[in-house]
Structure formats: C-alpha cells, structure tokens
Design a protein around this ligand. Sequence first.
Ligand code: CMC
Length: 427
Amino acid sequence: MNNKATLNINNKVHDLDLITGSENEVALDISKLRLDANLITIDAGFKNTGSCQSAITFLDGEKGILRYRGYSIEELANKADFLEVAYLLIFGELPTKQQLEKLSDDIKERSIIDEDLRIILNSYPKSAHPMGILSSLTSGLVAFDPSAVDIDDDEDMYDAILNLLAKIPVLVAWVYRRRKGLPLEYGDTSLGYVENIAKMMFQRPNKEYIQNQTVVSALNKLLILHADHEQNCSTSTVRIVGSSYAGLFASVSAGISALWGRLHGGANQAVIEMLEAINEDGGDTKKYMSKAKDKSDPFRLMGFGHRVYKNFDPRAKIIKVAADEVLKNLGIDDPILDIAKGLEKEALEDQYFVDRKLYPNVDFYSGIIYKALDIPAEMFTVMFALGRLPGWVAHWREMRLRKEPIGRPRQVYIGENLRSFSDINSR
Ligand code: CMC
C-alpha cells in the first residue's frame, strides 16, 4: 500500500503520511496539518482519532477480537492468573516462574499502608460512594510518598508500580469494610493475589475465613477480562494526566474518577440496578425495550452498546458462560439472570438494536456474578478499577517511556467575537 495520502484543499494539495500498525490498521498522520495548511481536524468524543501508538492491547471491534500483547482474551481468561496478566500488560511478556514469584513477594513486601490513611478513610461518611473514596485515597497515597518516579531508573519505576499494585487492593478492601462497619484488616501474605483480595474483603472478625475456589476463580476471570481495553475513557485520562508529568498515583486516581461514570465502568452498577428494577416491576422486558428505543425517554439499556465493538464484545461472551457456572456452583437461582438473558434475546432480534449494532458489553453480565459473590452493587465499579489497574499502569509507563508530548487538544471556537466591556451600571 502507498504510504502517502493527499488532501486537496481549495486546489492546494497536501501530502499526509499513512501509518500502518502491526495488524494492518492504517492511520492518517495529521500532526503537521496545522503547520502546512493552517487546519485542524475536529472529532467530538475522539470517535475517529488515534491519540497514540501503543503495543499493549489490540482490539478489532468489527470482528470482536481482543488481545493483550498478542494473547487472545479467551486464552488468558481460561488459563492465566491475574498477576501473570498484570505482568504481561505492564512489562510486555509473560513472566517466568521466578519472575512471577519475585513479583508476588515484592507486592506482599509493599502492601502495608500508613496508619494515618485510616484516619482519612474514617472521616468519610459511611454512605459516600466507594469510587469517590478510592480515587481520593489513591491520590492521598502520594502525600505519604511524595518522591517523583525517575522514569529512566528501572528500579524506581518498578518500585512505584509495585507499590500501587500492592496498596490498591488493601484500599479497596478497606473502603468496602468501612462501608459495612467491619474492622480494617490486612490480608494474608501466604495467599495468592486474588485469594488475598477475597479474604481481605470477606473475612469476618469472629469467624475463620474459608476460601471458596468458585469465588476465587470467578474473581480471577473478571479481573483479567477488565485488565485493559486500549484507549478507553479512563485509560486515556491516565495517559493525558500523566503526560503533564503528574505522577503515577495521581494519574491513576484521575483514571478511577473517569471510570466512575455510568457510560463507562459505572455501567455495571447501573445494569444490576436496571435488572432489579425490571424484576420489581414484574419482569416486563418489552416495556423496557420500548423505553430504550424511545428517543424522548432518557432510559438506555445499560450494558448494551460500545464505542468500539460493533459485534459481540468477546468479554461479554466469556462472562455470560461464567455467570451460569458461578450461579450453578454456588447454588443460586437469581431471577435477574433470566431477565438479562431475555433482554439480550429480544435486543438481538430487534431492528433498532440490529441497525445500530448494539450488543451486550462487558458490564451486562458481570454484575450478576459480583452479586452472586456477595459484592454490593456500589462496589462493582471498584472491582472494575481493581482489574483495570495493570492496564492503567501499563499505559502510563508506555506513555512516559515513549516520551509522548503533553496531551493538549485544540478546538474550533464558536463563541462571541471581540466586543467592548460595558460598565455594570450600563448593562
Ligand atoms: N440503549 C439504547 N440505545 C443506545 C444504547 C443503549 N444502551 N447505546 C447506544 N444507543 C443508540 C444511541 O441512542 C444512538 O442512536 P441514534 O443513532 O438513533 O442517535 C446510537 O445507538 C449510537 O449511540 P452513541 O451514544 O452515539 O454511541 P457511542 O459510541 O457514543 O456510545 C456507549 C457508546 C457505550 C456510551 C453507549 O452505547 C451507551 O450509552 N451504552 C450504555 C452504557 C454502557 O453499557 N456503558 C458501558 C460500556 S462498556 C464498558 C466500559 O467502557 O467501561
């Protein structure tokens, strides 16, 4: 393929480079367009804009393909451990046995949190949303370790990354336990990363904690499926905040805030609330399908549609099967699973959804599993954040190592032209 394109503006021809990715995706390089032609491009919501070149995650929304560092999501979800996937995303290759053991030991070593952070946590109202608290505590961690990361020093970078991987699960568990009025505890260094998360969250002060393998493997799968998704809203946020040389913790804290919204990670909470509302309303899925299609009604079918997938979200396929297995293994008969399946069936046959290529996304079935694991709805997005952490870290690291410029889009100004100031008495 020719690696140049030409743009003809008012009979003046401008040459533009074409950049081809390793999966043959082609992009038009417009970075010199303003210099050459005094023109910018406009693309609200960045629907058609590549913000960077990245070697972390490949996704093809038309074919429903998702790969981390070249490995298919189906293979990773079925065979890998979350910590292996975190290593893969951040450092580029699957770890050897020794590398994985070292990673796990180094994380355990760094999992203690300054006791003063408990004081900050305890000053939040119990009713505060866990995503807001998590974002603020993540940013608060900077105050307890204000040294900037030297990105040219591998050890410094490794230390900062591991500090985050070690401390965020503890904060997640603490946010959950504080909300429940349970004592804030540390985990157990004899356990694996995911087992430890389960224990930190669910252990009771007066009862021995018994690991449930169904719970651990479901959590492991969900965390892997959420671990990265290239330039989504929160990851782009992490990259853009980090591009100003804000530190890793501050950038991830911003990513957590971006994930909170119901059009992004907050959709998993919104889905379960929607399914429960439909159930309480008598289970009439047709009524809610009509609401979703009615342009005068703000209701949207939460967990449906995706900016990039115009085919099945491959993560939703895996989670749907997992939801069946988890409910069966835990002996739970939840009517909302049937409602979800009913909505999916109707949507896949409905012209409105077919025309707009709207399929279930990662959030459609994940909440049903979280609910079965006894995780309350307002913690669902926090679990998503826990899974997305390695992705955010990998992108922050990549962005800094590639020495990307500060993120600073332009705009087309549509406001008033120059006018004179009038004194307040004459307005
Ligand atoms: N229910 C009803 N109609 C929808 C839905 C939906 N869930 N999603 C999109 N549409 C319609 C939308 O009204 C528009 O119709 P029209 O062309 O007639 O104006 C068309 O489909 C295109 O929608 P859009 O909002 O322009 O598409 P987008 O790429 O900007 O938005 C989305 C993608 C995910 C924000 C959107 O599909 C949505 O709001 N879905 C529900 C929320 C959700 O499940 N979010 C989780 C996304 S996956 C996980 C993550 O990113 O964290």
